[in-house]
Ligand binder design. Sequence first.
Ligand code: GDP
Ligand code: MG
Length: 259
Amino acid sequence: MGIRKGRKTTGAATFVAGTSVSFVIAAFNEGPMVGRVVEGVRAHTPGLAEVIVVDDGSSDDTTEVAELAGARVIRLGLNRGKGEALRAGIREAVGEVLMFIDADGQDDPAEIPSLLRALTPGVTMVVGSRFLGVFLEGSVTPLHRLGNQFLTRAFNLLYGTSLTDLEAGFRAIRSSALHVLDMKAVRYEVEAEFTLLVLRSGGRVVEVPVTRAPRPYGRSAFRSFRDGSRILARMVVGRLETMRMSVRAIRSVAEDDVR
Ligand SMILES: Nc1nc2c(ncn2[C@@H]2O[C@H](COP(=O)(O)OP(=O)(O)O)[C@@H](O)[C@H]2O)c(=O)[nH]1
Ligand SMILES: [Mg+2]
């Protein structure tokens, strides 16, 4: 479980040119910004194969705006949550690398190359950490910031990692390390799930600094208590699953011995 903190990669080992990238963007009532985010992604992503926006029942023009900006939109009838939306997109994505960015304009597409540069051949996932970078004024409430720090520490204790930003939505993952059938996230526990599944696959995680802007309109659907508990539950269950897997592996080795 190798974690390298906050190092920007320089030198020879960089993102391999020609690697295909699929962007998967969950968007719920993001009509005012999703178009600009899709355009930003198209302008700043080397090797971009597709931009998939998943809209699960927005009541505004999210789908139309995203399509006009050049995304392929997957529409799900009922609003279920960010995790379910991302899973629907990942199921259809074809790129060797999956990238994620929020649709509300809080992440800056101009920072995409910095994430991809850190995805060197030995790295499996790059996370855009706002704690290594900056939260611009008004981009986070004190409660949400503390909650994220608490959950990140809990994750580090459980998994022996030294991450700084568990909940960051802006990230790049090698698709070979992420099997959608292993995912069960419904809402905002999806980021913690990405991280634990990548670590479970033996992958290496790197964080790079990014800038977090305030939400230009509307409000976050993150419910501190409800979603905080879901994130905590997902990481505890993830750890128990891994322990059960190791016990099973030990048992089958022992069974081989007696044969
Ligand atoms: N499709 C879909 N996207 C969602 C849902 N909930 C959140 N998102 C998207 O996930 C991203 C982050 O959501 P937001 O509520 O701003 O969370 P925060 O930035 O962590 O406070 C945005 O692009 C949202 O549109 C959902 O139920 N369905
Ligand atoms: Mg947001």
